[in-house]
Structure formats: structure tokens, C-alpha cells
Design a protein around this ligand. Structure first.
Ligand SMILES: NC(=O)CC[C@H](N)C(=O)O
Length: 331
């Protein structure tokens, strides 16, 4: 049988990291090892697919800008259109991997498997996880079973939807979790599936990376009991079209901040209530705050960083809070 042709797009991160000694699992330099060396380090990839590498960036993912997202998205889209490409793997730092995966899940117009992968330990460390994570990512990208499931993330033997997955702990290798569970598992290069994504993605969305050259500016301000309006006002003055409130509990807003957010909404800034709760916030409309009355939006179950991604994409299409709310419920 013909082997699937998989392209590995490398962007940096710990999976391309190198430390001074094998004992350095947490102290090392990210984004050092070029993609061809990563591929050469896992000769068994050949058993899964015909792989070739392409170095897009070599950066730590905390420095991923909106421009990096657009550039990467267009590169993936162009590859996905090629008849000689069956699947795409993206190696990425884990710090903002969840944002990139969700962004691609929203804007790519392809059914071909697209898999984002990283590692928690550099390849130079004892029990480095990058080799197996990469092997698993290629296994997923090479299987037709992964087609049409949106952008996927493979970490720690699990297959997650890029929409749900989030980094929940640093240091440990079991870092990536989805509040609603993984989609499946990879064992010895074979995939096993248990569920499918319920939200609109890739070919089912109203967003298209080929028509997207710029994202809307959106910032995140953190909620806490003693919070003041300072950060919100500064972000708005800096040009933010939406503010993600990383709210306490059910996206609640401290009394000292509420009037400032009402005022900013009056000036046209979108106010989006998300939750800072780790492992699965769920913000209900008109609970805690009267969203209908204030014309605010709730992020539903999206964490603040994922809410920023959706708002940045959605605001290229609409300036209406009701439309924005529809999108937050559908994506
Ligand atoms: N484990 C990692 O990949 C973290 C390394 C780095 N901070 C990054 O996100 O690129």
C-alpha cells in the first residue's frame, strides 16, 4: 500500500530544545534543533509515512504573534491544497500551542489531517517525550481516520481536538488536557478513536485563512478581588477592539471594574467574559452579570487565551456583540 505523504512544519519550542546535560529536563534552550535533525532522530517515522520537513520559524511559542499565526496558517493551507501532501504535522512550543491549534481549527479549509505537537522535555533530557510525541503526531497525520476531525493535538499518547485542549501544568509530561476529554489514543503507531468534535471547525466555519491578512487586536485582563479598571482602560487606549475578562469563577467581575467595562462597551469595545478557572471554566450568559443589558459577550467554555483567538478572528467579520455571541456558542 502507498504510504501517506506527511510534511512536518517546524516552528521551534522545547521539542526542538537542547540542554547542557541529560539531567536538564527544565533548564535548557528552546528552539535550537532544526527540523531535519528532529526527523533524523526518529528513523521509525519512515515506517508510518513519507515525511519531509520544512522550517517555518525557530522560536519559543510565548513569542508567537498574530503575524506568526497568519504566516503559519497560510503555509498550512497552501500545503493542504497540494495533491502530494496527505497530512501535516506542526511542531510547536507548548506554551501557546493551544492558541495556534485553535486558530488553525477555525480558519483552515481542509479535511486533511493537521496535527500540532510539542514536548515538555528537550530531546537532550532523560525520558525526553518529543520523539514519541512526534512519532504519534505523524501516525495521526498519516491516517485517513483523522480526516475531517479538525486540527488535532497529540501529546502524551493522547489525541485531542485543538479546540478544547489546554496546557494545564508545566514541568510534567501529562500537561495537555481537554475539559471534555481526549478524542482518542495512539499506541505503537496506531490510532484508536472514541469521540468526535461537536463544534464547527475547518471546512465548517465562516473563516478562511486565504482571505485573512490581519487579526483584530484583542487583549486579556485578569480578574481578582482587588482588581481596578487600569489594565482594561490601558488596553482600550492601546487599540483593543475586544477585552477578554479572565474572570473569577463564572466570569464574575469585581464591583470596582464593572462601571469601567460598561463605559468601554459604550465606546465600542467588546467585553467578553471568560473564566480563569483552571481545567474547565464555563461562563453562563446573564449569570453573575446582566450580559443582555450591558451588551456583553460570554466566552462559554473557552479559556481566556482561546477566547482571544476566536475574538481576533471573529472581529474581522463582525462588530456586533450578538453575532460575536453566536460565534462563541458555535465555535
Ligand atoms: N515545553 C515547551 O515547549 C515550552 C518552551 C517554550 N517556552 C515554548 O513554548 O516554546
Amino acid at each position: 500500500e502507498d504510504k501517506a505523504r506527511v510534511v512536518i512544519l517546524a516552528t521551534g519550542g522545547t521539542i526542538a530544545g537542547a540542554g547542557a546535560s541529560v539531567a536538564n529536563s527544565a533548564t535548557y534552550q528552546a528552539a535550537k534543533v532544526p527540523v531535519d535533525k528532529l526527523i533524523a532522530g526518529v528513523p521509525e517515522l519512515k515506517n508510518l509515512a513519507d515525511v519531509r520537513g520544512d522550517q517555518v520559524f525557530q522560536i519559543a511559542s510565548e513569542s508567537f504573534t498574530n503575524e506568526h499565526l497568519i504566516t503559519l496558517g497560510k503555509r498550512v493551507a497552501a500545503l493542504a491544497r497540494q495533491a502530494d501532501v496527505d497530512g501535516i504535522v506542526i511542531t510547536h512550543g507548548t506554551d501557546t500551542l493551544e492558541e495556534t491549534a485553535y486558530f488553525l481549527n477555525l480558519v483552515l479549509k481542509t479535511d486533511k489531517p493537521v496535527v500540532v505537537v510539542g514536548s515538555m522535555r528537550p530531546g537532550t533530557a532523560m525520558s525526553a517525550d518529543g520523539m514519541l510525541n512526534l512519532y504519534n503526531a505523524v501516525a495521526v497525520a498519516a491516517t485517513k481516520d483523522a480526516a475531517g476531525k479538525g486540527v488535532l493535538v497529540t501529546m502524551n499518547d493522547e489525541i485531542h481536538t485543538g479546540r478544547d485542549v489546554s496546557k494545564t501544568v508545566n514541568i510534567k509530561t501529562e500537561a495537555f488536557k481537554s475539559p471534555w476529554g481526549p478524542l482518542g489514543m495512539i499506541v505503537e503507531g496506531k490510532t484508536y478513536w472514541f469521540r468526535a468534535p461537536a463544534k464547527r471547525h475547518t471546512t465548517g466555519t465562516e473563516f478562511d485563512i486565504d482571505k485573512l491578512d490581519k487579526l483584530a487586536p484583542v487583549d486579556i485582563a485578569y480578574g481578582y478581588g482587588n482588581a481596578t479598571p487600569t489594565a482594561y482602560k490601558a488596553f482600550a487606549e492601546g487599540g483593543a477592539r475586544a477585552l477578554i475578562h479572565a474572570g473569577t469563577g463564572n466570569g464574575s467581575v469585581s464591583g470596582a471594574v464593572v462601571p469601567a467595562l460598561q463605559e468601554l462597551r459604550g465606546k465600542g469595545v467588546q467585553i467578553i467574559r471568560s473564566s480563569r478557572v483552571v481545567g474547565g471554566g464555563f461562563v453562563l450568559r446573564n449569570a453573575e452579570q446582566p450580559d443582555d443589558k450591558y451588551d456583553w459577550v460570554v466566552a462559554h467554555d473557552l479559556n481566556p487565551q482561546k477566547a482571544r483567538i476566536l475574538a481576533s478572528v471573529a472581529l474581522t467579520k463582525t462588530s456586533d456583540a450578538k453575532e460575536l455571541q453566536r460565534m462563541f456558542m458555535e465555535y
